[in-house]
Design a protein around this ligand. Structure first.
Ligand code: PMP
Length: 401
């Protein structure tokens, strides 16, 4: 597989962009030399790189592409709306329509606010919880974005930004209870991903009673419970993990799958908590842009009309079975994701990093774009041929290790 143009463009990028490619998409996060560095486009469940190579896309832009790339129904609705002006002095009625839709779909939602990114929505949640309770401290679990209060790197972040932020391990309600006891009366919010999906780790399901214990502890301590469903929302269930597990937070951050790639995120929640947004200031030039909201409404329409999530879950269950059989057959040192909607062959970074890189490098070279250390995603437009190619390439890579 030729990757020359990727390499050439990367050299050019390095001159004018720090590191060439910033953040999670930097080449060193994949397998340098085996993966493309820049992509040219996508269609359905495929992406094409700048050298013209085609890949079955198992990463889907890190999750937003729930229908497929270039989904005409969504793109046409967005383009048509944009054609008559979408960045205006005042919000447009589509904002109210989208808020009403979220209130219908998400169990915890009585009101909604819109932002552009997941980080924006989680930061708004934390701000509102602090305003609502008059307390400062935050207890978190999981990844919530790149803003100062939660970023997982300390360079460039003043210690004061995280001085009131504490964390607990996923599925450890005891650790949370201890933290709440020792910070009695100080904690404004618990913010957590209801599903454990840390980078470079296999996905974890909530142990029986875990989410219920968190809910009970939040109530006992008068703490706002925030679910970060940026990744699980509109994916594991149309109402998110809170609908799947029947545990309702006070606020929920949503993004990714909501708009098939268009930049819009939401914070939804109980009216009594959400109304504390008025006491603070959450605003941005682009928060009320209508185009992305039209894309979100259309995406949600297709998700429900076409039973997309059922389709994705069924395809994912078939993949889980095939991947488990493949591990048996080939003794691949990897585990299979417990969520069909988020397929992942995870290798232990301590003991199997070298096999992992050879495995994923070979997959990329065979035309499958999956992340070595981040779980994958499925979309509605992945067809049987795509998924067979994925499984066949996994088998070939495993056998070649
Ligand atoms: N929360 C979770 C659970 C996420 O997965 C992400 C993005 N990976 C974020 C927050 C941050 O979202 P964004 O990258 O859109 O700011």
């Amino acid at each position: 597989m030729q990757l020359d143009r990727s390499e050439t463009l990367f050299e050019r990028a390095r001159e004018v962009i720090p590191g060439g490619i910033p953040g999670i998409r930097a080449p060193e996060n994949f397998v340098p030399g085996s993966y493309p560095i820049l992509l040219a486009g996508g269609q359905g469940g495929h992406v094409t790189d700048v050298d013209g190579n085609d890949y079955v896309d198992m990463l889907l832009g890190y999750g937003p592409i729930i229908l497929g790339h270039g989904e005409d129904e969504v793109d046409s609705a967005a383009a048509e709306y944009a054609g008559s002006g979408f960045c205006l002095n005042l919000p447009q009625p589509v904002m109210i329509e989208l808020a009403e839709r979220l209130v219908q779909l998400v169990p915890s939602a009585e009101q909604a606010l819109f932002c552009k990114t997941g980080s924006g929505a989680t930061s708004a949640a934390v701000r509102i919880a602090r305003a609502h309770t008059g307390r400062k401290e935050i207890i978190l679990c999981g990844y919530h974005g790149w803003h100062d209060w939660c970023v997982e790197h300390d360079q460039g972040v003043p210690a004061a930004a995280t001085a009131d932020v504490f964390s607990f391990p996923y599925n450890d309600a005891e650790a949370l209870a201890d933290l709440l006891r020792s910070h009695q009366g100080q904690v404004a919010a618990i913010i957590m991903t209801p599903i454990g999906h840390d980078f470079d780790a296999q996905i974890e399901v909530p142990q029986p009673g875990f989410l219920e214990s968190v809910r009970r502890l939040a109530d006992e301590h008068g703490v706002v419970l925030i679910f970060d469903e940026v990744r699980s929302g509109f994916r594991v269930d149309i109402g998110g993990a809170q609908a799947l597990y029947g545990v309702t937070p006070d606020m929920t951050a949503l993004g990714k799958a909501m708009a098939n790639g268009y930049p819009v995120s939401a914070l939804v929640g109980r009216r009594s908590v959400m109304e504390s947004a008025d006491a603070t200031f959450i605003s941005s030039t682009y928060f009320s842009n209508g185009m992305e909201m039209v894309a979100a409404l259309k995406t949600l329409e297709v998700l429900t009309r076409e039973a997309v999530l059922e389709d994705i879950a069924a395809k994912g269950r078939a993949l889980q079975a095939e991947l488990s059989a493949l591990i048996e057959e080939t003794s691949l040192p990897a585990t299979v994701s417990p969520y069909p909607q988020m397929p992942f062959l995870h290798f232990d970074p301590q003991n199997s990093a070298e096999q992992r890189d050879r495995f994923y490098g070979a997959l990329a070279q065979a035309g499958v774009f999956a992340h070595p250390r981040h779980h994958g995603f499925l979309c509605w437009r992945h067809d049987n041929a795509d998924l067979s190619r994925f499984i066949d390439c996994c088998r070939a890579s495993a056998l070649a290790l």
